[in-house]
Design a protein around this ligand. Structure first.
Ligand SMILES: Nc1ncnc2c1ncn2[C@@H]1O[C@H](COP(=O)(O)OP(=O)(O)OP(=O)(O)O)[C@@H](O)[C@H]1O
Length: 278
């Protein structure tokens, strides 16, 4: 269960007001999409949700508590340009987060603990369709594959909130469509809250349960820094019945996955891949 609240949030850089009076309450398992003109402050909103920036005024609450001052593992992020590490293999990239979480000094695990993380990472790579590329380096992958890797890297940390900053902006239309499908499925399966920035309106309404437009409602041509942007429109992008039926479908899929993996364990005595679709 994750709720997010922006309570009269402002962001100023020196004399310049970028965002003002941002008030927003997000329900659990929402897929919020932020749209708006270039330079208006969309990424700044995401960066505040990651604790990479702090509000100049107001506060942000997650599950009713003030947001942590530092970035934490329960908030994952995928950027437009690849946030993966070029000198690590695909598998190495996905294993990195859990290894640092469990071994904060060395960033490396050994023995059974390493094998357990490797198994989880392989299951995640299977889920995003990259298992057969586990030994490759990011430069050997296409743009869409690199974004799937970035998603796997974020999701293995089981974030409560996933932040997506124009994650499909650099992809061709076909790959984009596949990524829409994948992100929609992962959102349902992982029961997390997603906040995504995009410039693509159809994409916003296809994926979002809620879409907000951010813009400057007033401007002073003599002093453009005087007024900031805020939420100027707020659309419920999917009616309750569509959301409920999608959730029902996801729960059915999850139940099938559990069944498949249980029968695999009892039949073979070995551990099953965590996520295998029938
Ligand atoms: N660290 C910073 N110091 C000063 N100004 C900044 C800083 N970070 C962002 N800004 C300014 O804040 C404004 C909003 O930037 P932001 O990147 O959030 O916009 P955006 O809506 O995401 O833009 P785009 O759609 O082009 O990515 C910009 O004018 C930018 O120059």
């Amino acid at each position: 269960m994750t709720t997010i609240q922006f309570d009269n949030v402002w962001k100023e850089y020196d004399e310049r007001i970028v965002l003002e009076r941002v008030n927003l309450t997000l329900d659990d398992h929402e897929f919020l999409v932020i749209i708006g003109p270039s330079g208006v402050g969309k990424t700044t909103l995401l960066r505040m949700l990651l604790s990479q920036e702090t509000p100049s005024r107001g506060r942000i609450l997650i599950d009713g508590e003030p947001i942590a001052a530092e970035p934490t593992a329960d908030r994952g992020v995928v950027f437009q340009r690849y946030s993966v590490f070029p000198h690590r293999t695909v598998l190495g990239n996905v294993m990195m987060g859990p290894q640092w979480a469990q071994a904060p000094l060395l960033g490396r695990l050994f023995g059974a603990r390493r094998r357990a993380v490797e198994e989880r990472a392989m299951a995640m790579l299977t889920r995003v369709g990259l298992a057969e590329h586990a030994g490759k380096y990011p430069a050997q992958l296409s743009g869409g594959m690199q974004q799937r890797l970035a998603l796997a890297q974020a999701l293995i940390m089981k974030p409560k909130v996933l932040l997506l900053d124009e994650p499909f902006g650099a992809l061709d239309p076909g790959t984009r469509k596949q990524m829409h499908q994948l992100v929609g499925e992962l959102w349902e399966e992982n029961a997390m809250t997603i906040v995504m920035v995009t410039h693509d309106l159809p994409e916003a309404f296809l994926l979002g349960t809620r879409v907000i437009a951010v813009d400057r409602p007033r401007t002073d041509p003599q002093a453009p820094e005087r007024f900031g942007a805020t939420i100027v429109s707020d659309y419920e992008a999917k009616c309750r019945i569509v959301r409920d039926s999608r959730r029902f479908e996801a729960e059915r899929t999850q139940a099938r996955l559990t069944l498949v993996s249980d029968s695999f364990v009892s039949a073979g005595g070995a551990s099953a891949p965590a996520l295998v679709k029938d």
